[in-house]
Design a binder for this molecule. Structure first.
Ligand SMILES: CC(C)(COP(=O)(O)OP(=O)(O)OC[C@H]1O[C@@H](n2cnc3c(N)ncnc32)[C@H](O)[C@@H]1OP(=O)(O)O)[C@@H](O)C(=O)NCCC(=O)NCCS
Length: 191
């Protein structure tokens, strides 16, 4: 069968999945039924993508990540190695909560560091940055940098992944791209 994407022979792709051109799926990863995966994604080794998960274009997933039903990652999201999603806030083995999965949206351009845990139902804003090992228990604003357990905001990050230092005029410049950002009422926007 000719496919416009690459899947290593050890990967398992279940029925009903849509997978975009240029996407690569590496060793021992499992894509469960009815997932929608965009173009040019890279899905590392030992990744599990549960039924009906939606990924945009150019999503990069490092090794050992499980994406549970209810998770959506928009375009250009980066998921660091062994980061953890959840979809039930109060699981009990003897209580069936199938069909009651909480939704979590990771918005365009956001990055999640290695070993971070996202408690379900807390969206991650556009270009937000979750530090390695953080435990996210609240919604994260666009461009925010959060670290620790529970995750607390310690600053802001540019779209190129640099700390933004805002002056008294509310402006900051990314040292790599030269792009300017405005901080107003605790909200960052790109100028
Ligand atoms: C969050 C991060 C981007 C911060 O980088 P930075 O801006 O260079 O920050 P610094 O190293 O100057 O640290 C600033 C402070 O935050 C603390 N800090 C940094 N990263 C932290 C983390 N992940 N968790 C808790 N605290 C952290 C530092 O200890 C320091 O604290 P201090 O001011 O009390 O000394 C980086 O540490 C990180 O976690 N990157 C993710 C790496 C990753 O997972 N990559 C995956 C692909 S391989």
């Amino acid at each position: 069968m000719n496919t416009p994407f690459f899947a290593h022979p050890t990967a398992v792709i279940d029925e009903g999945c849509q997978i975009g051109e240029g996407t690569k799926i590496w060793h021992f990863s499992h894509i469960m039924p009815n997932c929608s995966i965009g173009k040019n994604c890279n899905i590392g080794q030992n990744v599990v993508i549960s039924p009906e998960v939606i990924l945009g274009n150019n999503v990069k997933i490092q090794n050992n990540v499980s994406l549970y039903t209810g998770v959506t990652c928009e375009d250009d999201v980066f998921l660091g190695p062994s980061c953890v999603f959840t979809n039930v806030v109060n699981p009990r083995s003897a209580v069936n909560r199938r069909g009651q999965y909480a939704k979590t949206i990771v918005k365009k351009g956001a990055s999640i560091g290695a070993n971070a845990t996202i408690v379900c139902g807390h969206d991650i804003g556009e270009f937000a940055f979750i530090g390695a090992g953080a435990v996210v228990t609240k919604t994260v604003p666009a461009y925010a940098l959060v670290v620790g357990n529970p995750a607390k905001q310690i600053g802001w990050m540019s779209e190129y992944g640099h700390r933004l230092q805002f002056g008294t005029n509310g402006l900051a410049t990314c040292p790599e791209s030269g792009e300017q950002y405005l901080l107003n009422s605790n909200t960052v926007t790109k100028k």
